[in-house]
Design a protein around this ligand. Structure first.
Ligand code: GLY
Length: 424
């Protein structure tokens, strides 16, 4: 079976790699892919825009690609699944109506309230003056969210009223374009964040091993937020008891409520959670796709062939499938370009891939491109290096041993990924 992966980041390299672990998958085409997918055996890139649904459909049909996997949220929010399914293709990723769960934070919050899912109190505003009045009434800290997709930059955790006011002003002055037509102002939650990615066929929903991500650029979780600087799984913060509560209080009600609204949601439902000090899961956000870099830590532990899981979701038979997991732990450390998450250079030569792979770690490419025999940096989060081990110490040590072999000018990574779980 041949598959097509839409996207170009570390998540998509991991999806292609993971699909190719199955003997049933003979080839993966990535649209447009990166330097890693260009050099992965049995994988190739197709230089096409992920927004070109017609081109993707034509290519997939002519080349007999039987499974399409959509990585990023934007094409899902733009309706890629509906379009490709309409052309007779099998697509892993929710329909446009379902993708609203990520594409509109106000819509997601209303769904959570309807479903009785534990989450922070929030109000939605389309008017700046009303939003500012609410800030003053509530007081800091507060979380300010632009409603729509803003490449991970639309959320401000405001510790003071000044920061909150600035965030509201930025959103209503058009900093995020149409994504800022509405703003969600949410109560601040305390605890530890965790990511539970679940697969669903619209009826049954099963969590993957729970992960934690380090969003801040700096060690000790300091500095501005990024797409994620490192992740590990299965995090002990989400104990089996907490995971059971996530299943019962979050995942099942979400799918049941989507179904009640007439939305047949199939694919990944990613619950971004705050685990309160009392061990209660509360939803911070839902995403309609795999997390990045959580995927780089979660999928290497999956023993069940990924295409079997995806086809079971697409074909509505997830209930019959048990997910099998490798024991031990995985930790992904992101290696970024100097300056990320602000501006950063591109085009630096990256070396040391073979030596890094010889440590047993997996080197997933994010922002890279191939030029002849060279691999060049081409984005902010350049690589995600995943270490594996019997324990978190082993997995984390493996990731850092591999990173020691890699060189490119200005490379930056956090040296404390997984500090919360060392010793687990
Ligand atoms: N790592 C966070 C995300 O994928 O949204």
């Amino acid at each position: 079976m041949k598959a097509l992966v839409v996207g170009s980041g570390g998540r998509e390299h991991t999806l292609a790699w993971s699909l190719l672990r199955s003997p049933k998958i003979t080839e993966v085409v990535c649209v447009p892919g990166n330097g890693g997918t260009a050099t992965l055996p049995h994988c190739r890139n197709l230089a096409m825009n992920p927004g070109d649904f017609e081109g993707i459909a034509r290519f997939a049909l002519v080349n007999n690609l039987e499974l399409v996997v959509v990585g990023p949220e934007q094409p899902l929010a733009d309706g890629i699944t509906d379009y490709l399914q309409g052309q007779g293709l099998k697509v892993f990723g929710p329909c446009q109506a379902g993708a609203q769960i990520e594409a509109s934070k106000a819509w997601a919050k209303a769904l959570m309230v309807e479903a009785g899912i534990p989450t922070a109190k929030a109000e939605v505003f389309t008017d700046e003056a009303a939003a500012l009045a609410y800030l003053n009434q509530e007081g800091a800290p507060l979380v300010i969210k632009a409603d729509g997709l803003a490449a991970g930059k639309g959320v401000t955790v405001a510790h003071t009223l000044g920061e909150a006011t600035q965030a509201i002003t930025d959103i209503f002055s058009g900093k995020f374009g149409a994504a800022g037509r509405q703003v969600v102002i949410e109560a601040f939650m305390t605890g530890q964040e965790a990511s539970v990615l679940a697969v669903t066929d619209g009826k049954t929903i099963r969590p993957l091993v729970p992960a934690q991500d380090h969003k801040a650029i700096g060690e000790g979780d300091t500095g501005p937020n990024t797409g994620g600087m490192g992740a590990y799984a299965p995090t002990p913060v989400v104990t089996p008891e907490i995971l059971e509560r996530v299943q019962r209080l979050v995942l099942e009600p979400a799918i049941a409520t989507l179904r009640r609204r007439g939305i047949d949601y199939r694919g990944i439902l990613y619950a971004g959670l705050m685990i309160t000090p009392a061990g209660e899961p509360q939803v911070v956000e839902f995403n309609c796709r795999f997390g990045d870099p959580e995927t780089q830590a979660v999928l290497p532990l999956l023993e069940t062939p990924l295409e079997e899981v995806m086809l079971a979701c697409i074909e509505g038979r997830l209930e019959t499938l048990d997910l099998q997991w490798q024991t031990g732990a995985a930790a992904c450390v992101v290696v970024a370009a100097e300056g990320y998450p602000d501006s950063y250079p591109k085009g630096m030569d990256i070396t040391g891939f073979e030596e890094a792979a010889a440590t047993g770690a997996l080197v997933f490419h994010g922002g890279t491109r191939r030029q002849g025999d060279r691999i060049l940096a081409d984005g902010g989060r350049v690589l995600g290096v995943t270490g594996l081990g019997d324990s978190f110490e082993g997995a984390i040590a493996n990731a850092y041993a591999a990173i020691d072999k890699i060189r490119f000018e200005g490379m930056y990574y956090r040296r404390d990924i997984g500090y919360r779980v060392m010793g687990s």
